[in-house]
Design a protein around this ligand. Structure first.
Ligand SMILES: [Zn+2]
Length: 412
């Protein structure tokens, strides 16, 4: 059984982390289409070429290396090169570097393949401009209209940020891959959550990306003087919210699964004055699950519970659904393959959903996909102290190697 070299992975990850590294807070600042991001892309092109691959940057800023001469659909491995502000050194980068290490190990062990392998470092996954630009471009899920309008939170237009680096936003549309040119897409990523560590597993075999709905809810009561309004004569919007928050666990127990999540992440009380009974509260509800029927059950239960609570507290209840994203599933054959290869290696693992979005979700629209998670220490990510143990990275990359070799080989 061929094995990857964790030393080489470690070396490459540290080299890559230097692009955008901030000495003060030890965070990586490599947001999409910044100087640091583009410098990292040039570094990656060099590295891919050093490893004997042909490498290029496409119109969306994705860096793609190709290994193998055959004119057949490619098994693509990758993840993103960009980071959030003050990000860690593993998020995204692991999926690219692990892919390169697979190629090295394949060459070292003279493993013969029937299909080419492509390594991709996608662009702008973290959503500086509000999408997952690179993966959306590769999979044809982007429009010129969106490209023209996209801007970051400082008002910088995507097209201007691209132009600064000699890229033309019109070319993003040329990055689209013919689905026939791909055999499969595999991604390895840090979990960014606490589950694998808590369950003492080294590998997460991801079944899909949870669907997400987002509501904005408004409970309207009556603002009153906090001294003169008796407790039993109030229409206190905050009490309605508090009551609802208290019911979330029951909603999940009755309608959800262990994969369900409901979160109130933003709350605004009005008028928001210490001596006034809050007459109105606006808040968000974000619900997630891997099953669209469960998502509907959760959403219906939220609506039911909110209207009961509104009556009890003499409130009016309004809500608006801002978005509803269906779950995205990895290919069941690839998921089974990853599980089997994990068992063959004797690694500890569990099947799980991903609560966060990843590049892989767009590839699910055009090819067979698989996603491997490795544990995040303390569940920490998008922060400088993001950490995954080298031993887990080594196992995850060995597993990736086994899956890639299998997918890139004709069955006898
Ligand atoms: Zn990521």
């Amino acid at each position: 059984m061929a094995n990857v070299s964790i030393k080489r992975i470690e070396h490459d990850l540290f080299e890559l982390s230097k692009f955008g590294f901030n000495e003060e807070d030890k965070g990586v600042y490599r947001q999409g289409f910044t100087d640091a991001d583009m410098a990292a892309r040039k570094w990656l092109i060099n590295l891919l070429e050093q490893e004997g691959m042909s490498a290029r940057m496409d119109g969306a800023g994705n860096v793609i290396g190709r290994y193998g001469e055959m004119d057949r659909p490619a098994v693509m491995i990758g993840s993103h090169l960009d980071s959030v502000p003050a990000g860690g050194i593993y998020d995204g980068t692991l999926g690219v570097i692990a892919g390169i290490e697979c190629i090295r190990t394949i060459k070292e062990n003279d493993i013969e393949l029937d299909y080419p392998i492509e390594i991709v470092g996608t662009s702008e996954e973290e959503g500086r401009f509000g999408g997952m630009l690179g993966a959306q471009a590769l999979t044809g899920s982007i429009t010129l209209d969106w490209l023209e309008k996209a801007k970051d939170e400082n008002g910088i237009m995507l097209k201007d940020a691209m132009a600064q680096h000699g890229l033309n936003h019109h070319d993003v549309l040329h990055a689209r891959r013919d689905p026939k040119s791909l055999k499969a897409f595999l991604e390895i990523h840090v979990e960014q959550g606490p589950v694998l560590e808590a369950e003492k597993k080294s590998i997460g075999v991801v079944e899909g990306i949870s669907g997400v709905f987002k509501w904005i809810v408004r409970l309207i009561g009556k603002a009153d003087h906090a001294g003169t309004a008796p407790m039993n004569m109030r229409s206190d919007a905050f009490l309605g919210l508090a009551d609802f928050a208290h019911q979330i666990q029951r909603i999940i127990d009755e309608e959800g699964t262990d994969k369900s999540r409901i979160t109130i992440g933003h709350v605004a009380l009005k008028p928001g004055f210490p001596h006034t009974v809050p007459g109105e509260v606006d808040f968000t509800i974000v619900g997630r699950d891997l099953d669209p029927e469960i998502m509907k059950g959760l959403a219906n239960a939220c609506r039911r519970v909110l209207s009961t609570i509104a009556r009890r507290h003499r409130l009016m209840f309004e809500y608006e659904q801002m978005s509803w994203l269906e779950p995205q599933y990895c290919d069941t054959e690839v998921v089974d393959l990853i599980e089997q290869k994990t068992i063959d290696r004797g690694y500890s693992y569990m099947r799980m959903p991903s609560g966060a979005g990843h590049d892989v979700q767009f590839f699910s629209n055009i090819t067979k996909t698989g996603l491997i998670f490795v544990p995040s220490v303390g569940g920490v990510s998008h922060a400088p102290d993001e950490l995954t143990h080298w031993g887990d990275i080594e196992q995850g990359t060995n597993l990736l190697l086994d899956c890639v070799v299998e997918l890139a080989t004709d069955k006898p």
